[in-house]
Design a protein around this ligand. Structure first.
Ligand SMILES: *Cc1c(COP(=O)(O)O)cnc(C)c1O
Length: 382
């Protein structure tokens, strides 16, 4: 049906009407007092979301811009870094770090498995000369639906004493707690089209005091993404270049909605949707890609056993629900159901019911009609 498509992909995610309306106005001057006031409010809201006193810098660009900014503002050519890689986005970190001439040691886990904090502990403890400059990882690995144990890994980095923790929180921020200060995270990167309930186009990066000290030493080339410029401008409630002004209006509206809901309630909602999706899928006799107990609150990767692309196509054509497919070797093997951002219980229940209907229609699996919906519904009333 026209204009009815529901995004249940892990970004872009659905956007509330109120956020769309906030964008639908004339831009204002980005050097105006009115815009400064907006930036100031948004800054407080962003600090609340990140659970930090550090400034959150706004970049006009997708999440990868924030990731790249995190690297080039804190590290130097030839720096030794540990990179966690258990999926497509871990791989992106490895490629990004190598592109800037860093000496990358990869700590891997198979797709679907979480990174093992003990692997990081071992590498960090073995580094008696303290040459490791950073540990770089993805919190919620969107390609597999795995949530990595960031808190434990960050604690190992703290014990090392020298290395920074640089994290892609693109599909964890706004879905689960990312307390930047209490976990001691040094660089946190995220993007607007995920948990922020906004269209794509803005990204966010925050640096700890230690990361700013590293900034002073860092020698990688940078200009547009030189965060020193953003920090300086931010203290004057401004931005160094023309920001996506209308997206900042959207940001204020979206963060205000999240504030009203409350941080704990937002996380509880994502947890509930993870539980309902997982239960529904399992009750249909399908397997989950993520190791039991390590599923992401933002996305569930499902191994349907049959042709995943055909299932996706039917979900879209019959039910106007867009699911994501598998990437690389998982293409055709999995469907990924996003439950990130502006998603309510109804959306999750509908997606599970639609998947059940599609599987019955395609004769995939041995579905007991209603089993998926019943199992999912049971998790919505804990
Ligand atoms: C979406 C996403 C990104 C950012 O991708 P962009 O296309 O640059 O916005 C980065 N990391 C993860 C884990 C993601 O899900």
């Amino acid at each position: 049906m026209e204009d009815k498509l529901t995004l249940m992909i892990p970004g872009p995610t659905p956007v509330p009407e109120r956020v769309l309306q906030a964008m639908a106005r004339h831009p204002i001057g980005h050097r105006s007092g009115a815009f400064s006031a907006t930036l100031e409010r948004v800054q407080q809201q962003l600090q609340w979301l990140h659970q930090t006193r550090n400034a959150i810098l706004l970049l006009t660009g997708s999440g990868t811009a924030a990731m790249e900014a995190g690297i080039i503002n804190t590290l130097s050519r030839g720096d030794r870094v540990l990179c966690g890689d258990n999926g497509k986005f871990g791989e992106r970190w490895v490629k990004l770090a190598r592109a800037y001439g860093l000496q990358v040691e990869v700590i891997q886990a198979p797709w679907g498995q979480p990174l093992d904090p003990a692997d990081f502990a071992a590498a960090l403890e073995a580094d008696v000369d303290k040459t490791i400059r950073a540990v770089i990882l993805t919190h919620s690995e969107t390609s597999t639906g795995v949530l990595n144990d960031l808190q434990s890994i960050a604690a190992h980095v703290k014990a090392h004493g020298e290395a920074l923790t640089i994290v892609d929180c693109v599909t964890s921020l706004g879905a689960t707690a990312v307390p930047m200060d209490s976990w001691g995270l040094d660089v946190v990167a995220s993007g607007s089209q995920k948990g922020y309930m906004m269209p794509p186009g803005l990204s966010f990066v925050s640096l700890s005091t230690r990361a700013w000290q590293a900034y002073e030493r860092s020698d990688l080339p940078r200009f547009y993404l030189d965060l020193g410029r953003y920090r300086k401008a931010a203290t004057a409630k401004s931005t160094p270049f023309t920001p996506a002004v209308n997206l900042v209006f959207a940001l204020e509206a979206a963060l205000t909605m999240l504030e009203r809901e409350g941080l704990e309630a937002v996380f509880a909602r994502h947890e509930r949707h993870r539980a309902a999706t997982q239960a529904g899928v399992k009750a249909m006799g399908l397997k989950l890609l993520a190791k039991e107990g390590h599923g992401s609150p933002a996305i569930t990767a499902v191994i349907p056993g049959g042709d995943a692309e055909r299932i996706r196509q039917h979900m879209k054509e019959r039910f106007d629900i867009l699911l994501a497919g598998g990437q690389d070797h998982l293409k055709g093997q999995i469907v990924r159901m996003g439950h990130l951002g502006f998603v309510c219980d109804r959306d999750v229940l509908t997606a599970v019911a639609a998947l059940e209907a599609v599987l019955m229609e395609l004769g995939e699996g041995h579905i007991k009609p209603g089993a998926g919906v019943a199992a999912a519904a049971a998790k919505l009333w804990p």
